[in-house]
Design a protein around this ligand. Sequence first.
Ligand SMILES: C[S@@+](CC[C@H](N)C(=O)[O-])C[C@H]1O[C@@H](n2cnc3c(N)ncnc32)[C@H](O)[C@@H]1O
Length: 291
Amino acid sequence: MIALITAIARRCRAALDELRGTPSPTPPIAVAEGTDARGAGWWDLLPFTAHRITLAPGLETAAIGSRPSTDVRTEIVLEACGGSLDGRTVVDLGCLEGGFTLAFAERGAQHALGIEARELSVQRCELARSFLGLDNAEFVIADLKTELPRRDPFDIVFATGILYHVADPAEMLRSMRAACTHLALIDTHVADPERATHGCSPMTERMSGGVSSPGRMFPEYAPDVSDGEKEGLVWAAYSDVDAFWPTEAALVDMIRTAGFARVEKVDPLTDGRGDRWGVDPINRVMYLAYV
Ligand SMILES: C[S@@+](CC[C@H](N)C(=O)[O-])C[C@H]1O[C@@H](n2cnc3c(N)ncnc32)[C@H](O)[C@@H]1O
C-alpha cells in the first residue's frame, strides 16, 4: 500500500510539474530501449475522460465532459442544504476523476471523501486535488460496498452514475441510508417496463432483503474479463458482472424501504432550470432522499 501511495504521489508530482511548465528532467518511469513507446508516466493521467476541472485559468483537465463545479447536481445538493456546505461532510460514491468531490470541497464542505475502485482514476483525483490545494478532500481506492460501511456516517451521500452499476441496488441503498445523516442524491438509470434500452435483459424480478422488485439486468462486461481489462474500463462496474436496473416505481420503493423518510423527484427540465444534467438522458432519473 505504501509503495502504491508513493508511486501515485510521484506520478502526480511529475504531472503537476509538467502542467506548471517546469517539467521533470527525466520521465518518472523508464522507457524500454529501442522502442517508440514512451512507457507509463504522468501523460497517462491526461486528459481526464469525463470531468472537466479548471485547475487554473485556461488550464482544464479535459476539453469535453461535465463541469462538476457548476453542474446542476452540485447546485441541487447546495440548495437542499440551505445554500451552504459549511461544516458538512460528503461522500461521493464511484467518484471517477473526483470532480464532484472537489466541487463540494471547494464549496466549503468540512470533509469530502471520494470512493473510487480504479487506481488510475484515483491518481487523476489526486492530481486535481493537489493542483487545487484542497486539503478537505480525500480520495480512497476501494470498493464502495466494503468502504462505505467502514466509515463514520456523512451528512450527504452523493450517488451519481453508480446505482445502475450494482447487482443489488436495494442493498446499496440500505448501506447509503446507514451512512447518511441528512440527505442522499441519487442520479441513475432505471428500467422502462415497456422497452429494453442499453442492451438490458427482458423484464425480470430480483429479491433483496425479502422484497421482490421488477426491473432488467444490465450486462457490464464478459464474465471472463481479465483484471487488467476490468481496470481499464474506467466508467464500468467494478465488482458486479451484471447490474440490476429496477423500474422507477421499484426504485422509489427501494429508497423508502431502505429507511429514507422523504423522497423527492428532481427534474431540472421541469423545475424552472430548463436544462437536464449532461448525461445520457434515456431512462435517467434523479431523486433527493432525506433521512
Ligand atoms: C459511470 S461512472 C460515474 C462517475 C461519477 N460518479 C459521475 O457521475 O461522473 C461510475 C464510476 O463508479 C466506479 N465504480 C463502479 N463500481 C464501483 C465500486 N464497486 N466501488 C467503487 N467504485 C466503483 C467506476 O470505476 C466509475 O468511476
